[in-house]
Design a protein around this ligand. Sequence first.
Ligand code: ZN
Length: 254
Amino acid sequence: MLYFDSNLVENYTSNSQKVRVMSEIWTEENIFCPHCGSAIKNLENNKKVSDFLCENCRENFEQKASKTEFKNKVISWEYFTLIERIQSDTKPHFFFLHYFEQNYQVNNFFVIPKYFFIPEIIEKRKPLSETAKRAGWTGANILFSKIPDIAKIFYIENWDIKEKNDVLKKWEKTNFFKEVKQIKSKWWILDIMNIIDSLGKKEFTLEEVYAFENDLKILHPENNNIKPKIRQQLQFLRDKWYLEFVSGGNYRLI
Ligand SMILES: [Zn+2]
């Protein structure tokens, strides 16, 4: 299941067209809806509001296929189109497909639930210069470094195909974040989850998170009570079963 079918695109001359067609067909055939487990349908190009739709639960998905691995920051869609999409009522979830150009092999495939897509993870690039073919076109970088691990739900990770049940469970585990409505609150929770990820271990202490106080102060200059704010996020994450309190100042990821 790990290869695009290149027979499908013999008549195309543009490489980006080829990749788009092959990758979308591949996804329709191999990827299920992470919300309900049903098949997903590739929508017709001319009238689509998104790339894929689950006809069972009506969740919709946008896909970005790239030969560049999705790490740190990666250029994605046109900036204004993307901002409009993530602010619309039909905001999609996002599929990221990383492939090898030489043999069209799929190396990585993951989904990021839409509720993690906030403006803070999108960076506007400089518009293309007057002399460029697409002058004025403004790209957007997705800052993958600002998306916590829990939000990257892999179907395929370094050619390793995950169990369907694992994917569905991981998706469900992110549900709590859907309830957070305020962007500012989302941002704080994401920052704390990213700090915990950067510690790289299952058990950690409050002191280890406090060590990032200055970094958080730079990100949130209006806040003068960083430590209580950290504790508040940790309590929230405990209430949502993301982590548990072990004993005074010790935490464990669930
Ligand atoms: Zn579904």
